[in-house]
Structures are given as structure tokens and as C-alpha cells.
Design a protein around this ligand. Structure first.
Ligand SMILES: [Fe+2]
Length: 135
């Protein structure tokens, strides 16, 4: 069975702590995929979402603090995207439709995270990288 999301260099924002946290999130999604393939997606849906909520909170808190210190001008828009995802992740763990069809949750998570990493996070990356050179 293949790994669902294969992490590649191009996914990195090249800020070590953020890339490290991001890999943890992707790894959790990949484990969720593994269980779905095993026909046990419903069993791990809630633990997966609980793990993601915690990981995501830690990751967004780190990212937002660095964006702030780096003076990233579009921080408020970026924070709004984070807030939406936190809400959606909590909604998925509550709505029974996802228990019946865990694949729907999996696809949403993959699409959201890959889109966010490769589009939105790339926008702040140069600012935060410059900050990291100074510290
Ligand atoms: Fe982000």
C-alpha cells in the first residue's frame, strides 16, 4: 500500500520548525488513509481529528507568532484561513456523515493542507526566512 501524501522538498517553506510540524500533520493524515484502506476508517476518525486539532493548534500558533515577528503584511488574512480550518476540523469530528464516509474527511484534509502549504504558506515564507537569518 502506497503512502497517501509523499512529502517532497517542494512542500517545505524552509523554516525548519514549521516544516517539521507540517510533516507531523501529513503523517497523521497518512495514518488515517492507511486505516481507511484497512476498512477501519470509522474507528480512527475521532482520534485522528483530535490529534490533528492539537497538532494544528501548535503549528498555527508557531506560524502566527513567526509571521508577526517577521512583520508579514497579510497576517490577518492568513490567520482567518487558520481559524476556518480549526472550525472545520472540529465540525468533521462532530458530524456523523464523516463517520459513515471517512474518505470524505480524508479527501478534504488532503486538499486543504496541500493547498495551504503550497500556496498560502509560500507567501509568508520569504519574510519568516529573513527573520530566521537574524536570530
Ligand atoms: Fe498557514
Amino acid at each position: 500500500m502506497n503512502i497517501y501524501i509523499v512529502w517532497t522538498e517542494k512542500n517545505n517553506v524552509e523554516v525548519p520548525i514549521l516544516d517539521e510540524q507540517q510533516r507531523g500533520i501529513v503523517s497523521t493524515i497518512n495514518s488515517f488513509h492507511y486505516f481507511i484502506q484497512e476498512g477501519r476508517g470509522d474507528e480512527v476518525l475521532r482520534p485522528t481529528l483530535a490529534t490533528l486539532e492539537n497538532f494544528t493548534t501548535i503549528h498555527f500558533t508557531t506560524e502566527e507568532a513567526l509571521m508577526e515577528r517577521a512583520g508579514y503584511p497579510d497576517i490577518e488574512d492568513h490567520k482567518a484561513l487558520h481559524k476556518e480550518l480549526i472550525k472545520k476540523t472540529a465540525d468533521i469530528s462532530r458530524e456523523s456523515v464523516y463517520l459513515k464516509d471517512p474518505d470524505m474527511a480524508l479527501k478534504f484534509l488532503r486538499q486543504w493542507w496541500l493547498g495551504h502549504i503550497n500556496v498560502e504558506d509560500k507567501k509568508y515564507a520569504p519574510y519568516v526566512r529573513k527573520l530566521m537569518e537574524r536570530v
